[in-house]
Ligand binder design. Structure first.
Ligand code: ATP
Ligand code: MG
Length: 775
């Protein structure tokens, strides 16, 4: 064996090196966040190839996400240089199983060119089955069945293996329908996602010759994030590795965050039983985070019971304490984080400058992203959303927006096409073709085409009746949208109700449905910053157009789940409030299971940070135009005081929001919009008396933060137009920062930094007194 220099070994500590060099037999690396598990796993792949133990394609490495797979490929490529031809089998469970299943499809009654159904197809198919079986689809929706079957597949149960304890599922017909569904898939030569693994497990179990072939072939198996494998994945791995028994799994029981999707943390705890004689390597040195960050994360996770418990230490310098800041409300939180990201990019408060690429905002629930996206767009801060579509690209948001578009311009044919049969109105392809043809032959829009078609009695039955309801509703909405005195937020809610779109998701029993409903609420909330629907739609159109250059540095926004395995020098963790994080669902559950999974998520969040972690919460959140007060997350109480700096929220003692700010407000003569807003807020005494706000005040100590710029400023009413003169710096709720060029009648001519020259009314303009940045 050629003894080539192996620089990748020099970068490892002795424990990591031991794990890399123990090439034969089972190895378990069980260690806390940031201890270099992934780094060691990558080095191990390089080492296997470098030492000639295995040809690249005899190595099987499983990662949790495609992104992780790509990164590992890059890293292995870099470690190996140009020396090795070919690459290992490196990918997610699903990606690897597709490849294998294509080769052996006939063993489960499929052809090798089988199609993979997406969720929509899957649900359509189940719906057909439910209808064919005369089951009341309203009470027993297809999505619920889809969730159930998915759950069974994750547990590696084929239809005949579903245990008796599940017999009552789906009105006692669950496993029977599961069976029909699988037969139907076979006829269609199709699989769903869950099948990819289940079929491979079936093939391995029923065809020992095939299993043996792969057991021989894959001399080395490596698995990252092992704590999040579900039963099907676990069985598949165990079967494969029983040949050479050269399996190396790495993971952290404290980071198991996919229990809700069937992951079994027990898999990692059972490893030594499954693979007797396993070498267990524990890594204790953390290379990612400062001592303060590590101490905070350790204290939080310590509150979980039934963990293995680990020691973590770091040689890093103390650095900054974890920062904790409470805000008045969610918008204020987004505003503050936007300002903070900007000032950190410049390098303030004795911190080094952070590039935007080095900063990330990790949220508990995807609907939280909207406030940040809107805010960052307004101030022109480049950002990317990782692991999922951006807020306005989500399906339910696009659907809802299509309804809004129809209210504003009923002739918007694309919007009409999108929602004519969403939710289902019994308007299939044929009916839609009829509408199209009528519209075309009369030279009118689709909605008018539909009207003519109905007049001519060209469409009857349920579909016809429902189309009539829709067309009438569009007429009504557009009348209302044209009346300036009609409140556009109420109109939006009315549209979502009357169209049946909200109900459509309320009746939906899948795990995603609550999230989609949350997003819809969030959408309505977004309307509050606009005068009317039209203005809002323009804003979103601008946003969608705003795809910035690929190479540009951007701050990242993602969910905590998507952040697993990643690291960033500076991390913001917003929304630490009971009911949001931990989620309401986990708090309502009896027992600690859900809550402990949330706490592991908190641990994952804090441990993503290398140098600076900033946790925040809001005392109030606005839901459907209603204030709801919130308690700071119980996880905040678990943060160790010695490692936390409590920052003063900008609204508490400064000149911006809050009662104190009101007294200090600059201009007593003019009742500015900001002041009337303050009064309105102050009059809601219940909010000031809310436990969340009180605790926030109690916790806030003396270190004052710099004020966000516009929280020191005032909103000027239209009458106060003369308050502006050319050259003034201003801030507009929609167009961001700009400079006043002059006054024209009741409008102000502003050259905006991002949006260019515009004439705007004073009501939405703020004098940006940029004196805010005093440390
Ligand atoms: P997680 O549990 O979050 O997935 P992990 O255990 O996989 O974390 P890695 O991502 O592999 O940790 O490593 C964390 C950071 O520490 C990386 O930046 C990595 O390059 C660095 N690191 C790991 N081991 C060493 C080492 N021996 N010397 C210097 N830096 C190291
Ligand atoms: Mg890792």
């Amino acid at each position: 064996m050629a003894a080539r220099p192996a620089p990748y070994l020099d970068e490892l500590n002795p424990a990591q090196r031991a794990a890399v060099e123990a090439l034969d037999g089972p190895v378990l690396m069980l260690a806390g966040a940031g201890t270099g598990k992934t780094k060691a796993l990558t080095a191990r792949i390089a080492h296997l190839m470098q030492t000639g133990r295995a040809r690249p394609n005899e190595i099987l490495a499983v990662t949790f996400t495609n992104k992780a797979a790509r990164e590992m490929k890059d890293r292995v490529g870099r470690l190996m240089g140009q020396t090795v031809e070919g690459m290992p089998w490196l990918g997610t469970f699903h990606a690897i199983c597709v490849k294998l299943l294509r080769r052996h499809a006939e063993l489960v009654g499929l052809k090798s060119n089988f199609t993979i159904l997406d969720t929509d197809d899957q649900i359509r198919l189940m719906k057909q089955l439910i209808i064919a079986e005369n089951i009341d689809e309203k009470r027993w929706p297809a999505r619920q069945l889809a969730g159930l079957i998915d759950h069974w597949k994750n547990r590696a149960w084929r239809p005949d293996q579903v245990p008796a304890s599940e017999a009552s599922a789906f009105n006692h017909r669950g496993s029977e329908l599961y069976d029909y569904y699988q037969q139907r898939l076979k006829t269609l030569n199709a699989v769903d996602f869950g099948d990819l693994l289940l079929h491979m497990v079936t093939i391995f179990q029923n065809h020992p010759d095939v299993l043996e072939q792969y057991q021989r072939w894959f001399r080395y198996v490596l698995v990252d994030e092992y704590q999040d494998t579900n039963v099907a994945q676990y069985l598949w791995l165990r079967l494969l590795a029983q040949g050479h028994k050269n399996i190396c799994c790495v993971g952290d029981d404290d980071q198991s965050i996919y229990g809700w999707r069937g992951a079994e943390v027990g898999n990692i705890l059972r490893f030594e039983k499954d693979f007797p004689g396993a070498k267990v390597v524990r890594l204790e040195q953390n290379y990612r985070s400062t001592p303060h960050i590590l101490a905070a994360a350790s204290a939080v996770i310590d509150a979980n019971q039934g963990r293995l418990g680990k020691t973590l230490w770091t040689a890093a310098e103390d650095g900054e304490k974890v920062r904790l800041i409470g805000h008045w409300d969610g918008e204020e939180e987004a505003r503050w984080i936007g300002e903070e990201v900007e000032s950190m990019a410049r390098g303030t408060r004795g911190l080094r400058p952070f590039s935007l690429d080095e900063m990330a905002i990790l949220v508990r629930a995807s609907h939280q992203m909207r406030a940040f996206e809107d805010r960052f767009l307004t101030i022109g801060l480049p950002y990317r959303v990782i692991g999922g579509p951006r807020f306005y690209e989500r399906m339910e948001i696009r659907d809802a927006m299509a309804y809004f578009r129809l209210a504003v311009s009923p002739d918007d044919d694309l919007a009409f096409e999108r929602v004519v049969n969403t939710p289902k109105r019994g308007l299939g392809d044929k009916a839609q073709q009829k509408i199209q043809m009528t519209a075309r032959s009369n030279g009118v829009s689709l909605v008018d085409g539909a009207r003519i078609l109905l007049q001519d009695k060209g469409l009857g039955g349920k579909g016809g009746a429902e189309l009539r309801v829709l067309v009438d509703a569009i007429g009504r909405w557009s009348d209302l949208a044209r009346q300036p005195e009609h409140n556009h937020i109420e109109l939006a809610e009315q549209i979502l109700d009357e169209s049946g779109y909200t109900a459509h998701w309320q009746n939906d029993k899948t795990p995603e449905a609550p999230g989609r409903l949350e997003n819809l609420k969030e959408l309505v909330k977004a309307l509050e910053s606009f005068e009317n629907l039209q203005g809002f739609l323009e804003h979103v159109a601008l946003i969608m157009d705003n795809e910035s250059d690929a190479g540009e540095a951007k701050v990242s926004i993602m969910t905590l789940h998507a952040a697993k395995g990643l690291e960033f020098p500076a991390v913001f963790l917003p929304g630490w409030e009971d009911g949001l994080f931990p989620s309401q669902r986990s708090m309502d559950e009896s027992g600690l299971k859900g809550l402990e999974e949330e706490r592991r998520l908190a641990y994952v969040g804090i441990t993503r940070a290398e140098e600076l972690a900033t946790i925040s919460f809001a005392a109030n959140r606005r839901v459907y135009g209603q204030w709801q007060s919130a308690l700071p997350s119980r996880f905040i109480d678990e943060l160790p005081e010695a490692h936390v700096d409590v920052l003063t929220p900008p609204g508490l003692y400064g000149g911006g929001y809050g009662a104190a700010g009101m007294a200090a407000s600059a201009s007593p003569q003019i009742m500015t919009a900001a002041e009337s807003d303050l009064q309105e807020r102050a009059s809601r005494a219940d909010v000031y008396n809310s436990p969340g706000w009180k605790r926030l005040q109690a916790r806030s100590q003396s270190r004052p933060m710099s004020q966000p710029r516009e929280s020191r400023s005032m909103v000027i009413d239209a009458e106060a137009i003369s308050a502006f003169t050319a050259g003034d710096r201003v801030f507009h709720t929609k167009f961001g920062y700009g400079t006043v060029m002059g006054l024209e009648g009741d409008k102000i001519d502003v050259e905006f930094d991002k949006a260019g020259g515009k004439k705007v009314v004073g009501r939405f303009l703020v004098a940006a007194a940029e004196a805010g940045d005093v440390p």
